[in-house]
Design a protein around this ligand. Sequence first.
Ligand code: NAG
Ligand code: NAG
Ligand code: NAG
Ligand code: NAG
Length: 779
Amino acid sequence: MAPSQAAKLLPMLLMAVVALPRGLAVFNSEELLPYVELDEAAEQLRRSLLQSSGGTVQSQSEAARAPAVPPLPQTPEEHCALTIGSWCGPYYRQTPTQRPPPKRGNTPCPNDCSGVGQCQYDFGICYCPAGYGGADCSQPRKRPCWRMDSNKRDLGWHNYTEWSHSRCAGICDDDIAMCYCPPETKYGRIEAPPGAPRGTPPVRAGRPLYWCQPSTDELGNKVMWGAVKYEDLFGRDGWCNADVPSFMCPCRIDGRIGSLCNIAVEMFCINQCSGRGDCDQGFCRCHAGWYGHDCSRRRAGLPTNTPPDYMGSKPWLEPAVTPPVAAEDPPRTKPQRVRPYIYVYDVKPDFSTDILQYRIERAHCNYRQFQHGNLTSWIGYNAYALESMLHETFLASEHRTFDPEEADYFYVPIMWACLFDVYGWNPLPRWPKEVHGPRPYGAAMMQLETVRWLNATFPWFARRGGRDHIWLTATDEGACCVFKDVWPGIFLSHWGRTEFPHTSGSQYHADNYGTGIYHRDHDGEWLDQTSRTHACFDPKKDLVVPAFKRTEHFRSSPYVGASPVERSIFLFFRGDLRLAPGQDPECKYSRCIRQTLYNRSRAENWREKYNVLLGDQATVQGDYSLLLSQSLFCLVAPGDGWSPRLEDSVLHGCIPVIIMDQVQVVFESILDMPSFSVRIAQKDMLNIISILKAISADQVQKMQDNLAKVWFRYRYLGVKMAIRDAEHVVTQHREKNGGFLRPNPGVQYAASPVDDAFSTLMQWLYARIPEIHGTEART
Ligand SMILES: *[C@@H]1O[C@H](CO)[C@@H](O)[C@H](O)[C@H]1NC(C)=O
Ligand SMILES: *[C@@H]1O[C@H](CO)[C@@H](O)[C@H](O)[C@H]1NC(C)=O
Ligand SMILES: *[C@@H]1O[C@H](CO)[C@@H](O)[C@H](O)[C@H]1NC(C)=O
Ligand SMILES: *[C@@H]1O[C@H](CO)[C@@H](O)[C@H](O)[C@H]1NC(C)=O
């Protein structure tokens, strides 16, 4: 994985951008593609696509000629192809029961959360936005810019010379540590007048001074922490003063776009507050009578028959909202339900919405964003996209319950990976406040504080010792360094490292969890409480889950209806190699696997001899999805920690060749991995060609057949945007193919959420209920 490195390079990249006369716009080109919206008939379309040959636009005779797409599975046995152990069947043998109407709370909050917070009526707890705290949100809870004075200005450009992201040469919004042009400039920020009610927006928001710090002062003296000429910011033609400035600062904060950063767009919130609230950079303020992190809950005593057009005045939210079916009162869409029942905590803002509000880039922590005209679009690539996506999937899931007493499991949606993105900007947030540890330390401490809060506030963490609590740790080294108090829970991560003892493999110091830190908040040395007490992954209780890849990412795969092409590339890998001089002197990245194989392939001319394509972006060019679809074997080697290469190969029908000693790949503990992949020990890696050549054509065919029986478990179709994306890709292939879907093996799942990654998780969790509860399942 390379996100950590990307984060390290980002500052340099952005500096380069700032230096351009007409700033920014270096987003990944993929991000600029508008998200193509399909109409409401999409669900119908999907059905017709998948029922044999897609009869809607075909004539009878065409339909008769079109070969039939294989059917979706019907029996538990059909669902459970290539699973190992006994986890898969029971879920499908359940008898559904009547879904009760959702519980509705009516416990009032102190002081009605002072008009700025959101009341959680189940418990009468205030959830406060950034800037406010205390039991009733009446206390200030600030995130000042670095070296900020009480007047929200810098303490002195020359008094302190050190640089920090959040050092502010204008005026600081100290709720979230964002910097703006000062009020005395034409496009400066003007705060709400003193004494205005809490939460009053500024009189003028002002242009942001984002990644825009001055290199000189007014008199031309050097400012040690800046890089932009004074005139370019504060001169007559500068960013803060001119209608059309000669220099543009970047505009990447959520909620505003355009080169002048003056066009208001919708901001990101988890499931966009279900269309029932106003979103403030990750914090949902629900419309009257609604509550919960996603505003899906209705306060007791209020009528439930809300108008169907609940998006109200914001029709643009529709593509981004996945209706939370479990919240319907009375239940309509899914009147019956099966277990597991999952309770999703509304996690305290400190560990959830604050982190989103502290985002400095709208593309962080996320998989989607709003563009011009509030058009919903995908974010090009975010390695940790699963965090927000999975949270939304749980909220929208029919397995969700609002009654913690009946819950089989609890999902704790802390912003673990998102914290990695915001950690470097400002000295806050930190746990403990005064310690600036590596990012895994910060995240692990935040998680520990979450458990302390859960345990002090609700009875359910202690009830089963936390064993029924589910956590996602999507970052490079997953759950390696979580505290032993949290470890009994179920960890979903992308990094299945099983060995113990273990040390951090990260080459990137900010992610290396090896540093010893003592603090009274965690009984001495943190490593003695964390990585020295457990492995990174325990296949008995944890699950390695796929990274999120939208269907467009594998659009050339035969599984989504592309025309199968000859797999003429014998072995394929494209990715980071860290070959630049000095980049990785000890060859720690990827455990030196990618680099060693790359060098050998060059030295022995594997490309010409065997048609092996192995290299980085510069040496292996072409369309990634197409290349994977043309490859027979695909290399799966680690990055700094995990790498999504297993997903890439499986989703394209390329046989994965795994070289990661003592690291399980996605679903290795629950699927018959050897039946569709090859594993090579690192010590044998230089024999990779002869090992692969020795596999018979028969065996290859078998593995390919088997890939078609599992590929769909490696993709997520739990949110509306992902489903529409899949439908769009499938529709394109269908149109190109004269109106019907090619009957490739596995194509019946092309746009179907049946047995996708989330369903797989549900099936696995269901089977584990007796063990987790220490009883037999009650159903
Ligand atoms: C910053 O330095 C100036 C000039 O040396 C001095 O007058 C001022 O008091 C200093 N301010 C702070 C906050 O230290
Ligand atoms: C986009 O959404 C924002 C925030 O809700 C709103 O202020 C703005 O008017 C919307 N823009 C358009 C073009 O609808
Ligand atoms: C949770 O609270 C119980 C009861 O106060 C305590 O015994 C237990 O140690 C706590 N667990 C954690 C992980 O803090
Ligand atoms: C790969 O080759 C480069 C360039 O010759 C060299 O600097 C590097 O050390 C080699 N790495 C490995 C792992 O062989």
